[in-house]
Design a protein around this ligand. Structure first.
Ligand code: SF4
Ligand SMILES: [Zn+2]
Length: 313
C-alpha cells in the first residue's frame, strides 16, 4: 500500500479538486440507452437505462464523478416524471428499467417523494426497476416506493471496498455493518440487491486491487446480495487525478477486471458483472483490447468463464 498524502482527504478537499459541472436541464434526462443484461431469472433481456438529472448527492466520495451532471438545487416536483416520459418515448421497448440518478433515489432532496406515484405508473409495463441508493437513505421511503410499484424493485448499493483503511478514505460515510444492515433490510422486504464494487481504489497496488475486489465480492454475497457489479476506478474527477499525480492512484488494467470477474463467477453465489463503461481507459494494447472486451461481454451475459487470452502485452 502507498503512503497517505501530506494533506487531509475530506469532503472539502475532494470538492476543491473538482472542475466545472456540465450544464443540465432539470426537465431533461442527461442520458438514456438500451443494453442487454442477464437477469436473475437466467435470461438475457433488454434493459432501458435512464440517467436522470437531479440534485447533486450530499456525499462527496473520493472516486465519484457523478456530480458532473447534477443541479445544485432540488429539481421541481414533476420534473423527474417528465424526464422519464421523454426518455421512454425515445427508447425501444425493454423488459427492465434502470433509473440512475447520480446519487440516491430515496433521498427526497434528489427525487421528490411526491413524484413516486407517477414514476411507478410510468414503470408499470416493466418486469423490474433498478434504482441506486446510499445505505443511509434506505428505509421507510424504499418500502413506500416498493409498495406502489408493480415491477420487482432492485436497489443498487455501493459497497465499494471492504479494505479497512481504504473504505474510510473514500469518504463514503458508510461502514460494513451499515451495508450489511441495509442488505438484510432490503432482502427481508423482497427487494433484490446489487452491490457496486470498486476495482483498485486509491492506495492499492494492482495485485492488492484484485485481492480486495475479490474479498469485497465475498463479503457482498455473505450479506445476501444477489448481484455484484465490478467497477474499475477511473480518474477524471479532479481528486483522483491529484492522487495519481502523487503516485497514490493508478487506474487498474483490463486484465485485472477479467481476473476479478472470473473469480466472482466461479463462486457461483449470484450474478457477477464487469462494468464495461469506457473500457478502453483500462487497456494499453490495441491488439488484444477487442478480444478482451468481447470476452468480458460474453462472461457478463453467460456467467461462464471464457478461455483466458494470451497476448505479448
Ligand atoms: S454516494 Fe454515490 S453518488 Fe454520492 S458521492 Fe458517493 S459515489 Fe457519488
Ligand atoms: Zn495485448
Amino acid at each position: 500500500m502507498s503512503k497517505l498524502p501530506g494533506f487531509r482527504i475530506d469532503g472539502s478537499w475532494i470538492r476543491s479538486m473538482r472542475g466545472e459541472k456540465v450544464p443540465v436541464d432539470p426537465f431533461l434526462p442527461y442520458g438514456w440507452f438500451n443494453e442487454q443484461e442477464l437477469t436473475l431469472k437466467g435470461e438475457v433481456e433488454e434493459v432501458s437505462a435512464i440517467l436522470l438529472t437531479n440534485r447533486e448527492c450530499p456525499y462527496k466520495c473520493l472516486m465519484c464523478d457523478l456530480w458532473k451532471h447534477t443541479t445544485d438545487e432540488r429539481v421541481p416536483v414533476g420534473a423527474i416524471p417528465v424526464q422519464l416520459e421523454y426518455a421512454l418515448e425515445k427508447l425501444s421497448p425493454a423488459k427492465h428499467l434502470k433509473l440512475f440518478n447520480s446519487g440516491s433515489f430515496f433521498d427526497s432532496k434528489a427525487i421528490p417523494v411526491e413524484d413516486y406515484p407517477r414514476i411507478a405508473s410510468l414503470a408499470d409495463g416493466f418486469e423490474s426497476v433498478l434504482v441506486e441508493s446510499h445505505t443511509a437513505f434506505i428505509g421507510e421511503k424504499t418500502l413506500e416506493f416498493s409498495r406502489i410499484l408493480s415491477p420487482n424493485l432492485q436497489v443498487a448499493v455501493g459497497l465499494e471496498t471492504v479494505h479497512p483503511e481504504v473504505l474510510p478514505l473514500l469518504n463514503k460515510g458508510m461502514s460494513l455493518a451499515g451495508f450489511k444492515e441495509a442488505v438484510v433490510f432490503l432482502k427481508a422486504n423482497d427487494i433484490s440487491v446489487r452491490a457496486f464494487i470498486l476495482l483498485r481504489p486509491p492506495k492499492l497496488s494492482e495485485e492488492e486491487g484484485v485481492e480486495w475486489a475479490c474479498r469485497s465480492i465475498d463479503f457482498a454475497f455473505s450479506c445476501g446480495v444477489d448481484i455484484c457489479s465490478v467497477i474499475p476506478v477511473r480518474s477524471g474527477n479532479g481528486a483522483l487525478d491529484q492522487l495519481a499525480a502523487e503516485g497514490l492512484f493508478q487506474e487498474p488494467s483490463i486484465k485485472s477486471l477479467e481476473r476479478v470477474l472470473a473469480y466472482g463467477i466461479a463462486l457461483n453465489k449470484g450474478l457477477v458483472f464487469a462494468d464495461l463503461w469506457n473500457l478502453e481507459h483500462f487497456s494499453t494494447c490495441e491488439r488484444c483490447f477487442g478480444s478482451r472486451k468481447e470476452r468480458l461481454q460474453q462472461m457478463n451475459l453467460s456467467q461462464e468463464i471464457g478461455i483466458p487470452l494470451s497476448c505479448s502485452c
